[in-house]
Design a protein. Structure first.
Length: 130
């Protein structure tokens, strides 16, 4: 394997939300495309006030979300936190979380590690009713 992999998260990584999620979200999961061995990275775009119909948590993977444009609100367990451009938030694996795009929507990069052999996310439909 090469010592590096370079690609564009939006144009060279497929949008996995298209056709699987309601309109208003893009999700470009890049860990395979980047050949990540111990971590993962995802580019998300949330439309204005868009809220996915689920929350989630992990058994092993810690995540860091960085807002790169716009704003969002995140619910972590019982706390609701406002996020603005260049805000970063670390999420413990077991913390249940869900994001909602702000009035103008948002773009963010999510980093996760370690990279478990299997998908370790537990999806929780209807967890946060906004």
């Amino acid at each position: 394997m090469s010592a590096y992999t370079k690609l564009n998260l939006k144009s060279e990584v497929p949008d996995m939300a298209e056709g699987r999620m309601p309109p208003g979200i893009e999700a470009h999961f890049a860990k395979e495309a980047l050949q990540c061995e111990k971590s993962g990275v995802t580019y998300y775009k949330l439309g204005p006030d868009f809220h996915p119909p689920f929350g989630h948590r992990h058994s092993e993977q810690e995540e860091v979300y960085v807002i790169i444009s716009g704003s969002a609100v995140i619910k972590v367990e019982d706390d609701v936190i406002e996020l603005n451009t260049l805000d970063a938030i670390r999420l413990a694996p077991e913390a249940t979380r869900a994001l909602k795009g702000g009035p103008e929507g948002c773009e963010l990069i999510a980093f996760g590690a370690p990279k478990p052999a299997d998908q370790d996310a537990e999806m929780l439909p209807g967890w946060w009713q906004v």
